[in-house]
Design a protein around this ligand. Structure first.
Ligand code: ADP
Length: 652
């Protein structure tokens, strides 16, 4: 019960008791015995009070005690009346009691705790408050007192003290720096906290921890934590007494301390941890940088490799185990596959399984594996027939490099593929040409030798022999000229003497020279020419060579009774278009693409020729900025079309 209340109660009681005495006296004086209502009220208050209420005189004798007072001490009320109050105090506290009661005598109202001796012999804590009483002459006449059982409060206080002690010990013995603060003002700091911040404990208590211990840049964090009453762990930078700073992990909690909301915070210096974390981060960054560099380097190398591989004319693929891992552009061009159709597939997709490689068994993988095992340089060169995506086959020159592990087992391979179909065809054509050329040369040579023999033995037929010799020599001259032309075109050394020429003139010249040949074969050779001159800027001899070649071919490959015609027109006022068409045997679609290739001939046996005419013609036309093309239907006829820029176009 608050002290003020007790005083007020005492005053009320004092007044009440004063009033009782007063009424008693006046009743005695008036000798009237009428029931006093206020008295019964106060008596019932006093009797029903849960506090011991008593009165004693100047000699400390008890003159009044309520029921509760008697119960407090373990007696009947009647046992107390007339007894000295000191009889009921614990003997050990007599001197305190004497001191306190002496103060009452001096007029000091007071409240204090004291041990009383219960009737059962036990000592009990009570709180005593008393108000000294004086008579009108200011003579002390005793006190009105209240006695309160505080055994419970005492034991709570003791246990509180005990637990405070306990916590103090814990707080002191812990290695964690611990500070109890209210609104930042230090209430308590343990030894570890003092050590951590470099202060004496006394220097900390009462000071503002925020201003004293926090590094300025951490103030906002701390303010926020305080404002929100944050409970948990956060990091901040702190400052020691010597000015040095350190990072710490703070763990804070809100607690109630002596009825106030305060905060307990522990602090861990995390410099080392931070340093380690920083070092780790640096290391990570360094590693990342290196990985980045390395990756970049590898990517660069990869790009270089890809660029090299892709610029190669030969197809290259790399396989791991049986599977293709990398294929270059040329390989895709050669085989007709797309990158994603090859990578990840078995290398065997390129192999026609029915065809053996070299002398090996058809099972090429087994062959390669065995080869890798037995061959020291791991390199195999040879030819194979490979298969394109569309199933067509082609001749390939293969360079196979086996990649083996330490046990000499095949783990992969690099295979370089060159499509040699064309080479093979050209080689075959050249061989055919050599044979053909020798044949073509031998035939007239035999003729010459025969004619020379006949000249010697039949000199009468001199003119006839000379005619034949002249013709034969001319044919040989043509052949040699063709060969020389091919050789010049191949080496790129051909001279042209250009001038403005009328194509009509050239065509008419050719018609005239070839007409006898056509007539002889019963072929109608005609021309259809525009009246307006079609002029080109060209070497007339070379153009005649082209027109003659096309016309002779048309006559040669058209059966008797057929027709050959040379037509001329212009196109878009830019190009001259010269067509030589026939109603001849035509060219099979498969051969159309090849007729302009040197040495290519369809009917080698039947019609004499070198297979050089069209390739030379094409080269000449192209040299003049034009083009030569063919359209043909077998057994219907062929049309060869020469396009040449008109003179005006060329010279503008
Ligand atoms: P050559 O006529 O000396 O054999 P060319 O280069 O002039 O050589 O012709 C190549 C091949 O083209 C000929 O062998 C022939 O098979 C074919 N050819 C050329 N012109 C015609 C044509 N007008 N009709 C059919 N086939 C032709």
């Amino acid at each position: 019960m608050p002290f003020v209340l007790i005083i007020v109660l005492c005053l009320i009681l004092g007044i009440g008791i004063g009033y009782l005495i007063f009424t008693y006296r006046s009743r005695k004086r008036s000798n009237l015995s009428r029931p006093s209502s206020p008295e019964s009220v106060y008596r019932s208050i006093v009797e029903s009070s849960q506090e011991g209420i008593w009165r004693m005189d100047a000699d400390a004798r008890i003159t009044f005690a309520n029921q509760h007072m008697a119960e407090l001490l373990g007696y009947q009320v009647s046992d107390l009346i007339g007894r000295v109050i000191f009889d009921f105090f614990d003997p050990a506290q007599t001197h305190i009691a004497e001191y306190r009661f002496g103060l009452f005598r001096d007029g000091v109202g007071q409240r204090f705790d004291l041990l009383v001796r219960h009737k059962d012999g036990s000592s009990r804590w009570v709180a005593i408050s008393g108000t000294p009483q004086f008579d009108p002459n200011h003579r002390y006449i005793g006190i009105v007192g209240i006695m309160l059982d505080i055994a419970e409060r005492k034991s709570t206080e003791e246990s509180l003290q005990e637990s405070e002690e306990r916590y103090r010990i814990i707080a002191e013995s812990t290695f964690d720096a611990l500070i109890l603060h209210e609104d930042g003002y230090v209430i308590q700091a343990n030894r570890a906290a003092a050590t951590l911040f470099g202060y004496e404990r006394e220097e900390l208590v009462g000071r503002n921890a925020k201003a004293l211990l926090l590094a300025p840049d951490s103030l906002p964090v701390a303010d926020q934590m305080l404002a929100t009453g944050f409970e948990g762990i956060y990091e901040a930078t702190f400052r020691r007494k010597d000015g040095t700073t350190f990072p710490a992990e703070v763990q804070a909690r809100n607690v109630t301390y002596r009825g106030r909301r305060v905060r307990v915070a522990t602090y861990h210096d995390i410099s080392e941890r931070k340093k380690a974390a920083d070092a780790l981060r640096d290391l990570n960054a360094e590693l990342e940088r290196r990985v980045h560099e390395r990756t970049f380097e590898l990517q660069r190398q990869q790009m270089e490799l890809n660029a090299i591989l892709d610029s190669m004319g030969e197809g290259v693929f790399y396989s791991e185990g049986l599977f293709i891992r990398l294929a270059n552009r040329a390989l895709l061009d050669i085989t007709g596959y797309a990158q994603e159709e090859l990578v990840g597939k078995r290398g065997s997709v390129l192999i026609d399984r029915n065809i053996a490689i070299g002398d090996a068994q058809p099972e090429w993988v087994a062959y390669m594996r065995e080869y890798a095992r037995s061959n020291p340089n791991k390199l195999w060169r040879g030819e194979a027939v490979l298969m394109r995506k569309d199933g067509s086959l082609f001749n390939a020159a293969l360079t196979f490099t086996a990649l083996t592990d330490e046990n000499n087992e095949l783990i992969g391979s690099v295979i370089v593929i060159r499509d040699i179909t064309e080479e093979k065809r050209l080689a075959a054509q050249k061989a055919a040409f050599v044979a053909n050329a020798s044949h073509e040369l031998r035939t007239p040579l035999t003729n010459i030798i025969t004619r020379l023999y006949l000249l010697r033995h039949q000199p009468d037929n001199l003119n006839q022999h000379l005619d034949v010799l002249e013709r034969v020599a001319a044919r040989m001259q043509n052949l040699v000229a063709d060969l020389l032309d091919v050789s010049r075109f191949e080496r790129g050394v051909i001279s042209v003497r250009r001038r403005d020429v009328s194509l009509q003139e050239l065509i008419e010249e050719v018609i005239q020279t070839q007409q006898p040949e056509a007539q002889q074969k019963n072929i109608s050779l005609t021309s259809r020419l525009p009246s307006e001159v079609v002029q080109v800027y060209a070497d007339p001899d070379r153009l005649v060579q082209v027109i003659v070649n096309l016309t002779v071919n048309a006559i040669n490959y058209t059966p008797a009774g057929g027709r050959v015609s040379i037509e001329l027109a212009t196109e878009d006022d830019r190009m001259a278009v010269l067509r030589v068409w026939d109603t001849g045997v035509g060219i099979a679609p498969d051969n159309v693409a090849h007729v302009f290739e040197p040495f290519f001939r369809v009917n080698e046996a039947t019609i004499p020729g070198t297979g050089l005419g069209l390739s030379i013609s094409k080269a000449i036309v192209e040299l003049h900025g034009g083009s030569l093309a063919v359209e043909s239907t077998p057994q219907v006829g062929s049309t060869f079309t020469v396009r040449l820029p008109l003179s005006e176009t060329v010279r503008v």
